[in-house]
Design a protein around this ligand. Structure first.
Ligand code: NI
Length: 174
């Protein structure tokens, strides 16, 4: 396994639509393993392949031992097949938007179909943080960031802050 660099906004690659994976084979499993290691090292609770520059429909999620006792989830080609009518606003963060947090409203529960680590077709019904997290990661597959759910004013404020922080970081390392 290897830790991969995480792309941060603003970056055009984060806006692409990721491609469907035909089969979860060894090369996809390697990608999933590397994504998981990258996510743990960050640390974060979810990561989409495009965040490490790979435009494939693959995400990994691990909320930690108490909230997700069965260990990490690998979702390839995830698709929402049902969503609750009830919405919930929850504060979200993103490894591609370091240190930025905002409330995003999403369906509180969803059912998601996907291919698992062994290329088996599965379905999962999620609520609470896991629901928020999976929907957030699935947004990445469409090139959508959490800031895209916010007003234009709030969004440009956060993106400006990030661009400034990055400039400062480059300066600091010279
Ligand atoms: Ni994210």
């Amino acid at each position: 396994m290897a830790t991969l660099p995480i792309i941060t906004a603003p970056n055009a690659r984060l806006k692409v639509t990721s491609e469907v994976v035909e089969t979860v084979d060894d090369s996809i499993r390697k990608l999933l393993d590397d994504m998981l290691e990258t996510m743990y090292a960050a640390p974060g609770i979810g990561l989409a392949a495009i965040q490490v520059g790979v435009p494939k429909r693959a995400i990994v999620v691990d909320l930690g031992r108490e909230s997700q006792p069965n260990g990490p989830l690998f979702l390839v080609n995830p698709k929402i097949v049902w969503a609750s009518e009830e919405f919930l606003a929850r504060e979200e963060g993103c490894l591609s938007l370091p240190e930025q947090y905002a409330d995003v409203e999403r369906p509180s529960e969803v059912k998601v179909s996907y291919l698992d680590y062994d290329n088996r077709q599965r379905e999962i019904h999620v609520d609470e943080i896991l629901s928020t997290c999976i929907q957030h990661e699935m947004d990445h597959l469409e090139g959508i960031l959490l800031v895209d759910h916010l007003s234009a004013v709030k969004r440009s404020m956060i993106v400006r802050k990030l661009a400034k922080a990055r400039k400062q970081a480059q300066y600091d390392t010279v």
